[in-house]
Design a protein around this ligand. Structure first.
Ligand code: ZN
Length: 311
């Protein structure tokens, strides 16, 4: 299948996944897709859920302050003598000041309380919003808008971390012509079970963005080495991923079985890298790796002066 050239919109990362959720103050709809106008009521611009929690918390604080002022005024009006009036005014002012200081000090806690409350009370609405977002992906795909569908899935995937979402993303990603300058994901796509689409994608990333092949991906490839080797092009994927595992010493240490399995097939540049790392192996018990590398070197590179300093 011919791959489509695409250009992804920059993916905005947030500290917490929920920060991507928005809320429509008119119809109460939640969405994880950035919308200029609410896709349900078409009236208002949805606001971030954090902003909504801030507004609810501020309203609650205002109501508390109004009740306090009302009680203060009632106390002053009900005073029968001037002494009582002065006492009520003094007590009222002290209490209002204390309330103001208390609200200022605990404002953040009130906000977090309301945010937490919103997630608990409105969980069904949040789920319905995410479902509605997911349904729009089908329409995009049917309209041939695979890039938009993938971008939406990436947003939804920040909250819905499930293998079906990952699988869908991979189906789209494997249709695109991916380049190293793109904002690509890797670890977030790792699934529990063996999946050829995921392996295909790992192979692409291992070629164009070695830095994205990290522990989670290496663990997946190590676990399914046998299954990957049986796939068309699977051997080359294993070689490329083993090459990525040579980036750091902890990776070499943890994924040595993967490296040993592919050592004879590594390109010269990667094998040279392995020899260099093994040469500086202080603190690591790599005698077995070193002995195997030495055997490969004698077999394949005995004529090459690049390796003479390592063995
Ligand atoms: Zn709305």
């Amino acid at each position: 299948m011919r791959k489509k050239p695409v250009q992804f919109k920059p993916f905005k990362r947030t500290t917490f996944a929920f920060q991507k959720l928005t809320y429509c103050r008119r119809c109460g709809t939640f969405s994880i897709l950035k919308e200029q106008v609410c896709s349900v009521c078409h009236k208002k611009t949805p606001i971030p859920v954090e902003r909504q929690a801030e507004l609810v918390a501020a309203k609650s604080l205002r109501i508390d302050a109004l009740i306090a002022v009302f009680l203060f005024l009632a106390g002053v009006l009900l005073a029968r003598t001037s002494v009582e009036s002065i006492a009520m005014i003094l007590c009222g002012l002290i209490l209002l000041t204390l309330l103001f200081l208390f609200q200022r000090k605990w404002r953040k806690s009130f906000f977090l309380f309301h945010l937490d409350n919103m997630f608990h009370k409105q969980l069904p609405q949040i789920k319905a919003g995410l479902l509605r977002n997911s349904q729009s992906i089908v329409r995009d795909r049917d309209a041939g808008q695979e890039r938009i569908a993938y971008e939406k899935l990436r947003e939804i995937g920040t909250l819905l971390r499930s293998d079906p979402i990952r699988k869908l993303k991979l189906i789209f990603l494997n249709q695109f012509y991916l380049r190293k300058d793109m904002d690509l994901e890797m670890d977030s796509l790792i699934m529990r079970e063996f999946d050829p689409d995921l392996v295909d994608y790992i192979g692409t990333i291992a070629r164009i963005r070695k830095d994205l092949i990290k522990k989670r991906t290496l663990r997946y490839v190590t676990r399914y080495q046998i299954e990957i080797a049986k796939l068309p092009g699977g051997e080359n994927i294993l070689i490329d991923v083993a090459g990525c595992a040579l980036r750091t010493k902890p990776y070499i240490d943890q994924f040595r079985s993967l490296i040993i399995g592919q050592m004879r097939k590594l390109p010269k540049e990667r094998f040279l890298r392995l020899c260099k790392m093994l040469h500086q192996r202080e603190g690591y018990d790599w005698d077995d790796l070193y002995a195997r590398a030495q055997a490969v070197c004698e077999e394949q590179y005995h004529w090459d002066p690049d390796f003479s300093k390592f063995f």
